[in-house]
Design a binder for this molecule. Sequence first.
Ligand SMILES: [Ca+2]
Length: 290
Amino acid sequence: MSWSTTIGLVALALLGCNTERNNPLDPALPLPAMYRLGSVDVTLSSGRSIEFAWIDSGTFTMGATPDLEALLRDSGLWLDHLHEDTKPSHEVHISEGFYLGRFEVTQAQWIEIMGEMPSGGTQQATADSSHPVVNVMWSDAVSLAETLSNMDGGAQYRLPTEAEWEYACRAGSQSIWFFGNDMSSLGNYAIYFANHFQYGGRYGAVGQKAPNAYGLYDMHGNVAEWVSDYYGPYAGASQTDPQGPTSGEMRVSRGGGWNNDPNLVFSAKRSSDPPDVMSTNKTVRLVRVE
Ligand SMILES: [Ca+2]
């Protein structure tokens, strides 16, 4: 099934099954189970599209459970000063499904929507427009979502909440990474410190590694992704659609990036930075709300 809407001059959105993409880990392998729950491909005037995956509503355990902490400690990955803020784990109910970008927003998409690169600096002179946009300040990321919402005139775009991001990343998993606990497999799913030299010593083009079960690419590594929340401590109580603190000095980004070790790119890992930080390890992935 498919239908269309208008964005920009020649905009088109197709809603339905995405049957064209192969599993990059092995094209002979089937795509993950939840990949085809639903998708929207929003096509900009240039014909370039932004793909969104449907993430069903549901309940999950956010943060590091005692079992996960023990596993990380046993694996030599846990460092108190980096990981204490992933506790306490708590039950989160995501009450409504949502569309989340299958990929980090690329430089070409950013330029087409915003007209120029983010104010935060250069893009390390990459000639490949399918690389994620970087040096994105938190306010730049919000501006992208607002601008695309205005262009669309129907659907709204925003940053994911921190809870939505972890829920989508886990895709039902309780393990260290969405694919399991075996660090030797991380390179199949993530561009991170150990393999970033294969990508010019920095981030790579989006979608070169295998996706999670929702068909989301680069959730671990490549470039860390701003979420909408202020940074603050977790509470242990069960929550529905948490939005994070109402104020704060720092914003959260998730997933870690190309210059991070394995213990900075796992599903529960949180990063906090001033919202105006300029970094080649800060990008954006959008939520679409219809
Ligand atoms: Ca990422």
